[in-house]
Structure formats: C-alpha cells, structure tokens
Design a protein around this ligand. Structure first.
Ligand SMILES: [Zn+2]
Length: 331
C-alpha cells in the first residue's frame, strides 16, 4: 500500500461522472474481508475505498441527472453492469464487484452510482453512511423483518455497521441490547438508544440476554464477530428468531449446534451491502429521521495508515472518515 501521484481520471463513457472527493469512509474490516474471501478481481484493484462524497466536476454526454457543482454521495458497489445480478439491482452480489475507489482525490463513476447528499449532512457524514447504513438496512429491514417492540441484540457494538444498526433499530421502535468489551462503547451506545449493555469478551452473553428479556431471548441478533461469540449469539435467540451475520472478525468457522437451529426454527442470513432500491430507502430514512451517522474520528487521507491502525485496535465507535482537502495524492 502506498501513496502516489496519478493523472486525474477522465470521462470514458457517456454515462460517466467525475467527482472531486471531499471525504471517504474507512472500510470496516468485515467489508475488506469480503473482498479477500471472494478473491475477486476488482475493476480498480489498486485504489481502495467504497464510501465517498464530493462535488461533480465533469459529466458524460448522456448524463442528465447531475450537473457540475452538484454535491453527491456514492452507492458503494461497482459490478460489471451486464450480468444477471447487475441488471436486476443486485450489483452488490456481482462476481466482479469492487468498491468505488474512494481513497483518492478524484473518482470516475457511472452516474447510476451518484446520489444527491441528503439535506443537512456534511461531506464527512455523507461519506460515513453508505456501506454501514446499506448493510444495516438490509440486515434489519429486508432480511430480519424487524418489527416495533421486538428485542434486538447487537454483538460487539463499535464498528460503523453496528452503530448504524443501533440507530436504525432504535428508530424502528425496538428494544436494543448491545455487548462490548469496552465500558466506554457501552456508555456511548446507551446514549444513542441501547436499553441494555453487557460487558463481555465476546462470549458468555446468552444467559445475560435471557435475563434482560424476561427469559424470552432476542428476536434478532446482529453478529459481526463470528468466532466463539457465534455460539452465544445463536443461544441468545428466542424460538423463531433471526440471526444476521455480516462479519467474522474473531473467526470464520465457529461451531454451530444444528439441533438448536432446527428445533428452535431459527433463520440465519448472510448479509453485506445492499441494492440501489435499499440505498434509496436509506436516503429516505436519513431524510425523514434526520439521523446523522456516528463518526468516530475525522483524519486526513495522508494519515490512512494511522487510521487503519485505529480500526485494527477495534476500539472505535462509529465510522473513521478520511478528509481529502489539501491532499494531492491518491492511494
Ligand atoms: Zn455483474
């Protein structure tokens, strides 16, 4: 990984837009893992970053929805645009999907990836929400079909996806329990709506969840950690409960008690990113709720290594955002 000078991207297709980026969201380790696991060939393999926001500085001849000077945020996934998945709004599942390449001062993207920034959001906030909120929306609304009054357990609160899930769950009128190894993160989670916080080392929280829910168990569990915590996540569910996995930061091959799964009629979903339709729903949610994504820290793009070290430590709460201003280099 290195910084280097590049020629600014140019319009190559009539549907292209060039965006001068103002901010990019640092990818969580779970979304990075996805790329590694799939071993996919990215369309822009040498420029990382899926989340970005900035100003339109050039448009292709067929672009009618945006003009120079428009402030836009970017739908984070870029597929081949031609396969069965891409043509049915499942570009995020495309075999050739990559991030938009947002760790840069300029990015070329198809106009279909550009969206007006919701009113009231700064460039930093607009770069902080796309992947986190898209993933959280698909997990909670599309897959888990979360309903008001239900109990949600969010394991290991702190990453941008889990803090987005907490904000969404809270807005949907549910009761939220979070776990963390950090008392500080538990306190921050309670400030934005968590009803209970369980201090743990990612394990042995199932009994506590039973206790806090009057022996009922959680209707929905959001698990981004895997490892030994996976066993506890499954054990935290009530009969007919739904578990959504969106990461495996502590291990990708945990033990699973299948008898618990079928006897309790549990549903397990794998979920990361989401469709453009879901991205529209997220934009609408941000507009109506006036929610702002949780930002852990804003750092200059040149401090990317330092930012990644902070992410690796796992003590963050919310999204780490990179600022491009006064930068002239790309990664
Ligand atoms: Zn495709």
């Amino acid at each position: 990984m290195c910084y280097e000078e590049r020629a600014a991207p140019k319009i190559e297709s009539p549907d292209d837009v060039i965006v001068k980026l103002k901010a990019a969201g640092l990818e969580d380790s779970d979304t990075c893992l996805r790329r590694e696991r799939a071993g996919e060939k990215s369309r822009s393999p040498d420029i990382l970053g899926a989340d970005g926001a900035g100003i339109v500085i050039a448009v292709g001849s067929k672009v009618e929805s945006f003009k120079l000077g428009d402030a836009v945020c970017l739908y984070p996934c870029l597929g081949c645009g031609q396969c069965e998945l891409c043509t049915t709004d499942r570009e995020f599942m495309c075999a050739h999907v990559s991030g938009i390449g947002a760790y840069a001062t300029f990015v070329r993207a198809p106009a279909r990836n550009c969206f007006a920034i919701p009113a009231g959001l700064s460039f930093e906030q607009a770069a902080a929400f796309p992947t986190a909120y898209l993933t959280a929306w698909r997990m909670l609304v599309t897959n888990a079909e979360l309903k008001p009054g239900q109990w949600v357990l969010i394991a290991d609160i702190g990453s941008s996806v889990t803090t987005a899930a907490l904000q969404l769950a809270q807005y949907l009128g549910t009761r939220v329990i979070v776990t963390s190894h950090s008392e500080e993160n538990l306190a921050k989670a309670k400030e934005i709506g968590a009803e209970h916080g369980i201090l743990c080392a990612n394990t042995d929280f199932a009994k506590e969840v039973r206790l806090r829910t009057g022996k009922r168990g959680a209707d929905v569990v959001i698990d981004s950690i895997g490892g030994d915590g996976w066993v506890e996540s499954l054990a935290s569910l009530r009969r007919g409960g739904r578990l959504v996995t969106c990461g495996a930061t502590t291990g990708a091959q945990p033990k699973t008690n299948l008898q618990r799964v079928f006897w309790n009629n549990l549903k397990i979903f794998g979920s990361i990113f989401g469709s453009r339709h879901e991205f529209h729903q997220v934009l609408n949610f941000l507009k109506v709720s006036r929610s702002k994504p949780v930002i852990d820290k804003i750092m200059p793009l040149t401090e990317l290594s330092k930012a990644q070290q902070r992410l690796k430590k796992g003590n963050q709460f919310g999204k780490i955002v990179l600022q491009m201003d006064h930068q002239t280099k790309t990664l």
